[in-house]
Design a protein around this ligand. Structure first.
Ligand code: MG
Length: 403
């Protein structure tokens, strides 16, 4: 039996996860279709309940204290970490996702601590250099099971954090892990199913949904990056307010801001339009989702999992959001300057992968001693911050790709 670290030394606490766990006071009662920590599917390694925190708060706390979480501050969202101090990083992005998800969870009476835990952990598996890093690592790992950042986020919390005396990983609840694994290939799902029958891989095989909290964290991610990529894109000078006039969702809120504040311009206009756009999306999700929940009337979270997706935009907002995404894709993510940086970042990752395979003694010892050599190299590179990857590349090749 384990000793609860929140209890005085010598006091042993029995029971299993969810057994008489004190829940934090919520302003409104939890909906019957929300995840309830008192009925969690539990942790892979049972632990005694904490005296003052519910299991989802505990998950959130474990995530915030993890090494992978601290690294998010030096990982790229769209712009490289060193390009400017005010651009989003994976860390500020994750905080914005958590804030939006909590704002939506509360009126829907979903579990706020769970959406927060999922949101804070959702990008833990991201490589340095954003999607350019992930795509390159996936190429490098093509013959060795591939690389996907959602699957890697789960690997981080299940295996790669080494903080506990008796097990690897953070030992999070099923519900948080279910939310972290938002995509998964069939091959990965079947591999997970072998390791953990009926676990977090099952829904990808069965074609069912995750909890509403997981669905919400996923949509909050999209709302967050659509908004902050506009902000960072304009700040960087790669896109302009004038260009954004062709994006209906932005233009509508920009016009309204102008009507209310005829003299507003520049930064203040940008912020006012983004603020209004964010609010509109949040209220839209709440209304559209509540209507779907009312129509489906799920009795509990298992009914949610068996139902069609219930967290969504209205059709009109979905169309607006898709148009905004297309705009960002064409004008920001495919901007020649971003493409050039991505190309160099891909070269860094590709060369690091080949170098470490060739000279495993250059890996940190805990990675060098692993027998699954390719996966160990992928795990090592995936954990790197942008600047550590650049330093390592420079150290091992003597070349500087980002002067
Ligand atoms: Mg994200």
């Amino acid at each position: 039996m384990l000793r609860d670290l929140n209890q005085p030394p010598g006091s042993l606490v029995g029971g299993h996860a969810g057994d008489a766990v004190p829940t934090s006071p919520m302003s409104t009662p939890l909906a019957r279709y929300a995840c309830d920590p008192a009925h969690s599917r539990g942790r892979r390694h049972p632990v005694p309940p904490a005296p003052t925190r519910n299991d989802f708060q505990r998950d959130r706390d474990r995530i915030v204290h993890s090494t992978a979480f601290r690294r998010l501050v030096y990982k790229t969202q769209v712009f490289l970490n060193h390009e400017g101090d005010l651009f989003r990083t994976r860390l500020t992005h994750s905080l914005e996702v958590a804030q939006l998800a909590r704002d939506i969870a509360r009126p829907l009476r979903l579990h706020e601590d769970l959406v927060e835990a999922i949101a804070l952990a959702h990008d833990l598996g991201h490589t340095p250099f954003g999607h350019a890093g992930q795509d390159t690592l996936n190429d490098c790992m093509r013959d060795f099971g591939g690389f996907e950042h959602n699957r890697q986020s789960l690997r981080v919390v299940d295996e790669l954090e080494h903080r506990y005396p008796d097990h690897d990983g953070l030992n999070l609840t099923f519900e948080t892990r279910e939310g972290i694994l938002k995509h998964c290939t069939q091959r990965q799902a079947h591999a997970l199913e072998v390791q953990e029958p009926g676990g977090v891989g099952r829904r990808f095989i069965a074609g069912t949904q995750p909890s509403l909290e997981a669905q919400l964290a996923n949509l909050a991610d999209e709302i967050a990056y659509n908004a902050h990529d506009i902000d960072d894109g304009v700040r960087s000078g790669l896109i302009t307010l004038e260009q954004l006039a062709i994006v209906p969702l932005f233009a509508r809120h920009c016009d309204q801001a102008h009507r209310d504040w005829p003299d507003i311009k520049g930064r203040r206009l940008l912020y006012e339009a983004i603020r209004r756009m964010l609010s509109a999306q949040v209220y839209d999700v709440i209304a559209a989702t509540q209507a779907s929940i009312d129509a489906a009337a799920p009795a509990d979270v298992d009914a949610v999992r068996a139902s069609a997706p219930l967290v969504h935009f209205s059709d009109a907002m979905r169309a607006d959001s898709t148009e905004l995404k297309h705009f960002l894709f064409r004008n920001l993510y495919r901007h020649p300057q971003v493409v050039d940086i991505n190309r160099r970042a891909q070269q860094v990752v590709r060369e690091l992968f080949a170098l470490y395979l060739d000279r495993p003694e250059e890996l940190r010892p805990s990675f060098a001693e692993r027998v699954d050599r390719e996966r160990a190299v992928a795990d090592y590179i995936a954990g790197m911050t942008d600047r550590f990857a650049l330093r390592e590349h420079q150290r091992l090749t003597g070349r500087t790709l980002f002067p």
